[in-house]
Design a protein around this ligand. Structure first.
Ligand code: NAP
Length: 473
């Protein structure tokens, strides 16, 4: 750790991108730093807790590495502090020497087709938030402060009354959604899903999931390990139509230059040749298929889809050949999208904060003390580890600006705490997380599970106050 008056850096967002930025700042020895990692939720870890599928425990365990960064002496976690509500951006900026925005992409892209807002048509971002136990989707009974997200009760009702689901999009989130939809409750018990989410899976009726790809099999956004997993689910038949796998020249060219696409194609070909076992649960992958209308009066009953092709300019085009797929649930998994945070520059056309190498652009020039990293910087792409190199680029820019004197050290240590205290805001620190962690393990063990996520904010706050017997399973 470098000695001397520290530069005080606030990071807005305690997901992987924010914590990797804290790690890069705390590991350098040139400049003394004090780092405040702020999150509106009472707990840290962002998408590692609220995005990575609960049955992907090895990816979720990245949390342990992130936790160690939050425990470093120059880093402090400020949970349950909402920037934009508890503190305005300008107030935060004046209390610290520099700010790094790392608040991710919490919204969803739309399909812009008729019927998209019918009951039964939901965004993957909502479904994922539900099964991971995000407090926005699991509001306290006495605090129905929802914004655009659905309520847990609505999702519970949808999955219990649906037997056929359509998932639009062929990315990794679509795979997560399809897998979680088709798995039974006993197959999900070895996860940390909240108890009531697991209970919903126990009475869900989903027997068929149809994944729609608007382009051909060469253009999937899957990683092969995740794709392969879909074909390994016991008691589930996976169907791919052989004629969907015929490649035109452009598809062939993609496979020649893209190893992941080529590996995915091998998996898909193997599935196309498989004999169905007659399993009661089925997953279909339909390529060259896009939804053009979600059908229903009170709620979704079907999806009208159109066969597609690639036009001479390389764009997806409809062939005019349509048919109807019965479905009671449609999950739109066509990508996440960043949201505007009041007071922070935002480009609505990209859903991102405008920047160059992580330096925020405000009023056509670089802002003196604002930086950005993660999905709100580059868009919702890459795996968790991608955020590490991304954060490093941003922190390198910040350190260069410190070295050039563009970021001024103003002796701000303690100012943020005083400002929060003057508002009556009590941030939850890493100690509170340790208590919540212990409470979740304890709750899980009670029901023979590894851990159980506490989904409601009130439960998280109560656990943060309590002493628990042990945090060792
Ligand atoms: P994604 O990888 O960008 O995939 C989005 C999919 O939606 C693409 O197949 C895209 O097709 C399709 N799409 C977009 N607009 C569409 C439209 N209007 N109609 C039909 N299809 C449309 O996004 P994601 O699945 O949300 O994943 C986000 C990021 O998180 C990715 O980088 C992903 O790898 C990562 N992630 C990783 C894991 C893991 O490693 N286990 C798990 C979850 C997420 P086109 O290509 O035709 O546009």
């Amino acid at each position: 750790m470098a000695a001397g008056t520290p530069y005080v850096i606030a990071i807005v967002g305690a997901g992987p991108s924010g914590i990797y930025a804290a790690e890069a700042l705390s590991q350098q020895t040139e400049v003394p730093v004090e780092i405040a990692v702020i999150d509106r939720l009472p707990v840290p870890f962002g998408l590692v807790r609220y995005g990575v599928a609960p049955d992907h425990e090895s990816i979720r365990s990245i949390r342990n590495t992130l936790e160690r960064t939050l425990e470093r002496p120059e880093v402090r976690f400020y949970g349950d502090v909402n920037i934009g509500t508890d503190l305005r951006i300008e107030e935060l900026r004046s209390a610290v020497d520099a700010v790094i925005y790392a608040y991710g992409a919490g919204s969803d892209k739309r399909l812009d087709i008729p019927g998209e807002d019918l009951t039964g048509s939901i965004a993957a971002v909502e479904f994922v938030a539900w099964y991971c136990g995000h407090p926005d989707v699991h509001p306290d009974v006495d605090q129905p402060d929802r914004d655009s997200l659905l309520m847990a009760a609505a999702i519970d009702e949808l999955i219990s009354s649906s037997s056929q689901a359509v998932v639009v999009g062929v990315g990794n989130v679509a795979l997560d959604v399809a897998r979680v939809l088709i798995k039974s409750a006993p197959e999900l018990i070895d996860t940390d899903m909240p108890d009531d989410v697991l209970e919903s899976h126990a009475h869900k009726g989903i027997r068929e999931v149809r994944i729609l790809g608007r382009r051909g099999p060469a253009y999937t956004a899957f990683t092969t390990k995740e794709l392969r997993e879909l074909g390994q689910l016991p008691g589930v038949d996976v169907f791919v139509a052989p004629h969907d796998l015929e490649l035109d020249e452009s598809g062939q060219a993609v496979l020649e230059r893209n190893k992941v696409a080529a590996r995915n194609m091998t998996v898909l070909r193997e599935w196309a040749e498989r004999m169905p076992t007659g399993a009661a649960r089925r997953i279909h992958l339909d390529f060259w298929t896009r939804p053009i209308k979600i059908i229903g009066t009170d709620r979704v009953t079907a999806v009208e889809v159109e066969r597609t092709m690639i036009d001479p300019d390389g764009y997806v085009a409809g062939t005019g050949e349509t048919h109807t797929v019965p479905a009671q649930l449609v999950v739109r998994s066509v990508g996440y999208r960043g949201r505007a945070l009041p007071g922070v520059p935002y480009d609505d056309s990209t859903g991102r904060v405008p920047h160059a190498e992580g330096r925020v652009i405000r009023d056509h020039g670089f802002s003196a003390n604002e930086y950005v990293t993660g999905w709100i910087k580059r868009g919702p792409t890459g795996v968790i580890g991608t955020n590490k190199s991304d954060a490093l680029e941003t922190v390198t820019s910040l350190l260069a600006d410190i070295s050039d004197g563009a970021v001024v050290r103003r002796g701000r240590s303690g100012d943020l705490d005083r400002l929060l205290a003057s508002r009556g805001i009590r941030p939850l620190g890493i100690g509170a997380w340790h208590k919540i962690d212990a409470a979740e393990i304890e709750l899980g063990l009670k029901h023979g599970r590894r851990r159980t996520t506490l989904a409601h904010r009130s439960e998280l706050l109560a656990a943060a106050e309590e002493d628990h017997k042990s945090n060792v399973p």
